[in-house]
Ligand binder design. Structure first.
Ligand SMILES: Cc1ncc(COP(=O)(O)O)c(C=O)c1O
Length: 405
């Protein structure tokens, strides 16, 4: 069949595929533990639900302005003022169908074929594929010291005359690591000096454990004019547990936002008014839901770390935020895809192979589930790969006997 070169080069979204696999197995009554998920389990905030219900009740669900309804833009303006100490006019804001679309249209507005995009590894699975969709070239940068903390020297080394954009995602998916304030200051300065676009994917910025305030890149910017190439990406998916509502946004210079709106207008049009009303409810509503999610995640992470630390041979850097632990299982199996499939097949535990984020030998484990799911999930993993664990395990009513190691 004749398909496009770009189309053929794009990989399936592994994380979304795993959700499908988990759902199918659960439907068959299999005792699945899903440690691969990237979405909190809490309910959407009440104000989000009432906001959506009110507009649904009106029965008047129409097209929206391409770049978002005015009330949603106002909510983002207020959010930006609160968390970034910056007042922006509506022309500097675009609302998209998820942070993913905001990232994608920003890339389409910025990148020409052959342009290079730098981002630290391990990285969010979709960056390389989105960059390839623009015909551009993904350039992952592995910190030379083997840590999860990129250094400006690492980035600089990969910068060429083709580099157009740098993406920073902190706290990071999949490691949960928050990059230092010093690094953020350096990267903002570096991009300004080189005239590069800097995209801050801040989708997890309020899900941090120790700091009360997220790092604000604008604090280090010298250029606060319409020439600024700093782009902030955010959304309601993670912080408000509203992944299915598909609302995200970008804040950037007026020309860029206008170009992004033109692109979005020819792709999907403006995001659904029902979902924007829900997002407005969440952003303007009582924020205790974010605190309680953060506290739950911090507690779950503690439990996950205790379980992993008791697991001889597994190494894990404690995350600073998000709902992921990125654990090194290479002393058991170097091929992370093989390991993830073994765990799925033998004990019905879903994990995401590290290779999807650019680093083999690791698994991304999610802390979004219950404490029971976390402890039982890790126990099943241990039983599968650790020859020192007892030879038998009960999964539900089923007794399994290990005969492969
Ligand atoms: C780093 C990062 N950026 C963006 C997204 C996309 O978020 P949204 O659900 O708003 O499209 C995700 C979702 O997993 C993510 O982890």
């Amino acid at each position: 069949m004749s398909l496009s070169i770009i189309g053929k080069s794009i990989n399936e979204s592994v994380t979304l595929k795993l959700n499908e696999v988990a759902a199918l197995l659960r439907e068959k009554g299999e005792p699945v533990i899903h440690l691969g998920g990237g979405e909190p389990k809490s309910r959407a905030p009440l104000e989000a639900l009432t906001g959506a219900a009110a507009i649904l009740n009106s029965g008047e669900i129409r097209y929206t302005p391409v770049d978002g309804i005015p009330a949603m833009k106002q909510a983002v303006i207020r959010y930006t003022e609160e968390f970034y100490n910056k007042r922006v006019p509506p022309e500097n804001v675009i609302i998209s169908s998820g942070a993913k679309q905001a990232i994608m249209v920003a890339m389409q507005a910025i990148l020409n074929p052959q342009d290079e995009v730098i981002f630290p590894a391990p990285y969010y699975v979709s960056y390389p594929e989105m960059i390839k969709l623009c015909g551009a070239v993904p350039v992952p940068v592995f910190p030379e010291d083997g840590s999860f903390h990129p250094r400006i020297q690492d980035i600089e080394r990969y910068c060429t005359s083709y580099t157009k954009l740098i993406i920073i995602n902190s706290p990071n998916n999949p490691t949960g690591i928050m990059y230092s304030e010093e690094f953020i200051a350096e990267i903002v300065d570096f991009c300004e000096k080189r005239g590069l676009y800097l995209m801050m994917d801040d989708i997890y910025h309020r899900l941090i454990f120790k700091r009360t305030k997220p790092i604000n890149p604008y604090d280090y910017a010298k250029d606060h004019t319409e020439n600024s190439k700093l782009i902030i990406i955010n959304g309601v998916s993670k912080v408000y547990a509203m992944t299915g509502f598909r609302i995200g946004w970008a804040v950037g210079n007026r020309k860029l936002i206008s170009c992004m709106s033109n692109i979005q207008g020819q792709q999907t049009s403006g995001p659904s008014v029902v979902l924007q009303k829900a997002a407005i409810g969440a952003i303007n509503g009582i924020q205790s839901c974010v605190d309680s999610l953060r506290i739950t995640l911090e507690n779950n992470t503690k439990v996950m770390l205790e379980q992993l630390n008791a697991f001889k041979g597994v190494k894990v850097t404690p995350p600073d935020g998000t709902f992921y632990c990125f654990a090194d299982f290479s002393s058991y199996m170097k091929d992370s895809k093989k390991l993830a499939y073994t765990l799925l097949e033998k004990v019905r535990v879903i994990t995401v192979p590290g290779i999807e984020f650019g680093l083999d030998g690791y698994l991304r484990l999610s802390t979004c589930g219950t404490i029971k799911e976390i402890t039982e999930g890790i126990e099943r993993i241990k039983w599968t790969i650790d020859p020192n664990s007892p030879n038998e395990i009960y999964i539900g009513q089923r007794k399994l006997v290990r005969d492969w190691i």
